[in-house]
Design a protein around this ligand. Structure first.
Ligand SMILES: CC(C)(COP(=O)(O)OP(=O)(O)OC[C@H]1O[C@@H](n2cnc3c(N)ncnc32)[C@H](O)[C@@H]1OP(=O)(O)O)[C@@H](O)C(=O)NCCC(=O)NCCS
Length: 248
């Protein structure tokens, strides 16, 4: 039996998770488009297919719940900004976590994605229990950010992680640091991507966003990532913070 995919919640029910299908060209293409929009890791799709097939990565689309009020308007804004995402894709994944799964074959337009990764070496490095699962590759369409959808996806994925086969007790993740994201240069870049000017006082860094959800910093790496500006091709070294949260 494949792992559960839905966690009931009266509060965090505005999105649903649908497994990404590593054998679908349409799913690969849509993920590529969303990674380009996210500006990170668009070159890792083939690597992720292998990890998902091996059961070392659990990858989910995030879709708006069918009965969400205003769903059509939200999707219209998303498609207006990202026209290559206008076609619905089909729920076709026949496995999840190495277990057979019956796809629903329903169509949907994903508004983002989120993954759980297994990193036993990192667990050892950071003295985390081997029952630690890492959140990776979280992205919500820029037309819907700050709408509560990322928070719901986090709630759902944390609860899925506690279910078999993962039986996680701890979540961990890495993200760029608050210091980096609150620099004027980053705020200007973020404003340009979002298409609206974001003042420092209104800005919420990823690090703060995760801390608000109960994550605590366990380590930092001043040379965490090398990011390539998609417009200029210039490489930049970005500091990262590692955070963890006990979930049981
Ligand atoms: C980071 C990201 C996933 C967050 O998703 P989101 O849908 O924008 O976030 P949400 O709207 O669900 O966040 C809601 C929570 O943040 C709070 N929040 C939202 N905007 C805020 C702001 N400007 N200032 C302070 N808090 C804010 C809300 O109050 C809410 O908190 P609560 O649940 O405790 O009440 C999303 O912005 C994104 O995809 N960013 C680009 C990719 C990225 O950086 N991914 C993370 C890589 S590690």
């Amino acid at each position: 039996m494949s792992p559960p995919e839905t966690i009931p919640s009266s509060k965090y029910n505005n999105v649903e998770l649908v497994p990404w299908d590593p054998d679908s060209d349409a799913h690969a293409q849509r993920l590529y488009e969303q990674r380009v929009a996210c500006t990170w890791d668009q070159d890792l799709i083939d690597e992720w297919k292998v990890k998902v097939r091996e059961g070392n990565k659990f990858f989910y689309w995030i879709k708006l719940s069918d009965d969400l009020a205003g769903k059509d308007e939200l999707l219209a804004k998303h498609i207006a900004k990202y026209p290559t995402e206008k076609e619905a894709i089909v729920d076709t994944a026949t496995t999840l976590a190495n277990s057979p799964r019956t796809p629903t074959l329903t169509t949907f337009i994903p508004i983002g994605h989120i993954a759980l990764d297994l990193y036993p070496d990192r667990n050892t490095k950071f003295s985390l229990p081997q029952s630690t699962v890492w959140i990776k590759s979280l992205y919500i369409s820029r037309t819907m950010q700050s709408g509560g959808f990322g928070r719901s996806a986090m709630y759902q994925i944390e609860h899925l992680a506690t279910c078999p086969p993962l039986n996680a007790t701890t979540m961990a993740l890495d993200t760029s640091t608050k210091e980096y994201q609150t620099r004027p240069e980053y705020l200007a870049y973020h404003s340009a991507l979002s298409g609206r000017k974001i003042e420092a006082k209104d800005f919420r860094s990823n690090e703060e966003w995760y801390v608000r959800q109960g994550y605590q910093a366990i380590a930092r790496n001043e040379r965490g990532y090398t990011w390539v500006d998609p417009k200029t091709g210039v490489e930049e070294v970005i500091p990262c913070v590692f955070l963890k949260k006990d979930i049981v």
